[in-house]
Write a protein that binds this ligand. Sequence first.
Ligand code: SIN
Length: 298
Amino acid sequence: MITVNRIGKHLGAEISGVDLSKPLDDDSFAQVARAFFDNEVAFFRNQKITPDQHIAFTQRFGVLEQHVRKESRLDGFPEILVVSNLLDDKGNAIGAQDAGRFWHSDLSYKHEPSMLSALYSVEVPEKAGRVLGDTGFASTTAAYAALPDALKQRLAGLKNVHSYRFYRDKNARAQEAEKARGGRVIQEHAPTEEQLKSVPDVETPVVRTHPVSGRKGLFINEAHTSHLVGMDKAEGDALLAELYAHIVKPEFVYTHTWRPGDLLMWDNCSVQHKATFDYDLPLRRLMYRTTVRGTVPV
Ligand code: SIN
């Protein structure tokens, strides 16, 4: 029997009674999909799944994407992005070490941004009995609903630009700053011009209507939004800063503490997320991520 337990005030639910290593019948899949879209973030504990089973489950939701970071894809499984701090025998990063440094929704810089992401935890860092490497999730639909009417009116019809180039530059600057402070040193492959050109900047509405639930949410994020269209830069940046601070107020956030074997899905149309980099080798973190292609934001 499938049960759904809501954890956060506005988002986040644990789904029990599902074994993702086996194909779900249509009725069970429909229950899981409903629970997912209702709760925006949903997770299953104690799953033992292979990359093939991870792919087979998430493919039920739509077409899987292959990340622009080719070097971080899992060997033999281009649909799986490795998110990890581990190094191979030669000392090279086996996956993306810096995914999720800023609040963002996945691949929002694409013409058809990811509808959902499914992250499977293989190894989770732990120190002195405390689990590290949590992921925070914020509901942009709950945040939008709570805005004053005057601000909703100001945002209506407004557009923003999502830019992969902007993100990689911002991330590189943040890494340099961290290194200068004596923090974590991250191996990052600088993107090639070809990779950057494969994801040209896109314009999307600031207020997006969810393609399944019809709920309105804020489709901006501090990682990928370079600016608001048609607005003076300083005024636009001030408005973005105000909205970013609003979105991550504690009442709109669910923070997930991982256990090995968790498969957690989030809805990129209505949720932003952020990783916590509070661990370093020899503490190990290994996660596999798939993303399902979504629709053009309207
Ligand atoms: C991501 O941004 O997809 C990764 C989040 C995490 O590793 O916690």
